[in-house]
Ligand binder design. Structure first.
Ligand SMILES: [Zn+2]
Length: 295
């Protein structure tokens, strides 16, 4: 199992590393390596499982192809992702699975709470680990709902008890039985985004994950951010995209976004390499200084 992380103080990957060791897996650290070194190490040691953020998995695949290594022909058969919702976003998951010829799984957790959930063979969401937590889903007024903020009380964590901790994660839950046999409640579609990431375009409430699901169906888009500006109490939103290859028109992308989201979202092409890249959490919303106003 190859861990494509920097092994800094962020605890999540260390627990995954320790857990994998306990399973008896051969664990390989990707700490203190460049992206290219990670690709060569995975390839030379024949790693069969890759752990990374979903965005970084796509970037590893891009860089691999640019140095003549086809990740789809590597030994990787499973990819496991955390840190961002991408592995539960159908188009992002499909892009990762195509890039590696592998099955892609999502995993959720927080430094404060520990690991909270994992995807399963039915692949339509995340099972919340109810043996370790009491989970609630609450609306903004604190009433129980099926579509709202995930609130968790951890039961077994030594040294850091949290009672009704507000995760800030927006989820839609189901209690329907799952074909995988798990009885834990399911967060349909995984974590839908942060409750405070919602933005509004002409009265339509949107989350970055909905935009990502469309953008990832366009393989020529290598990176994107949603630029949000508050002008006279209105959200002005534009999608900034980096495009690989000769085709630089965003007409198809704009049409697909309009079709799926029901609103027109302006797309602007920016030069390759100008949008921020993150090894951990990609920041999908940029709020511009100036006209911005909280709310
Ligand atoms: Zn299941």
């Amino acid at each position: 199992m190859f861990f494509a992380f920097s092994f800094g103080p962020f605890i999540g990957f260390w627990t995954a590393f320790g857990g994998a060791e306990r399973l008896g897996a051969l664990v390989i650290s990707g700490g203190a390596m460049t992206t290219e070194q990670r690709i060569r190490t995975m390839s030379e040691l024949g790693a069969t499982v890759l752990l990374s953020t979903p965005t970084y998995a796509l970037r590893l695949a891009d860089v691999a192809r640019s140095i003549g290594i086809d990740p789809a022909r590597s030994k990787v058969r499973i990819t496991i992702h955390a840190g961002e919702p991408g592995a539960s976003i159908p188009a992002t998951r499909a892009a990762i699975e195509a890039a590696y010829s592998a099955a892609c799984f999502d995993h959720t957790g927080m430094t404060e709470l520990g690991p909270t959930g994992h995807s399963c063979s039915q692949r339509d969401g995340i099972h919340a680990i109810e043996s370790e937590f009491i989970f609630e889903v609450l609306d903004q007024d604190g009433r129980a709902t099926d579509d709202g903020e995930l609130v968790a009380t951890n039961l077994g964590r030594w040294g850091m008890p949290l009672i009704r901790y507000r995760t800030g994660d927006r989820v839609v839950v189901s209690r329907e039985p799952c074909s995988c046999g798990s009885s834990y409640m399911k967060l349909l579609g995984g974590i839908r985004g942060r409750v405070d990431d919602m933005f509004t375009v002409r009265g339509v409430n949107l989350f970055p994950s909905q935009v990502e699901d469309i953008v990832r169906r366009h393989p020529s888009v290598s990176e994107f951010v949603i630029e949000r500006r508050r002008v006279r109490h209105m959200d002005e939103v534009a999608l900034l995209v980096e495009i690989d290859g000769p085709e630089t028109s965003t007409e198809r992308l704009e049409a697909d976004l309009r079709q799926a989201l029901g609103v027109r979202l302006e797309c602007r092409v920016v030069s390759a390499g100008t949008l921020p890249r993150a090894e951990l959490k990609s920041k999908r919303i940029v709020r511009l200084e100036g006209d911005i106003q909280q709310g």
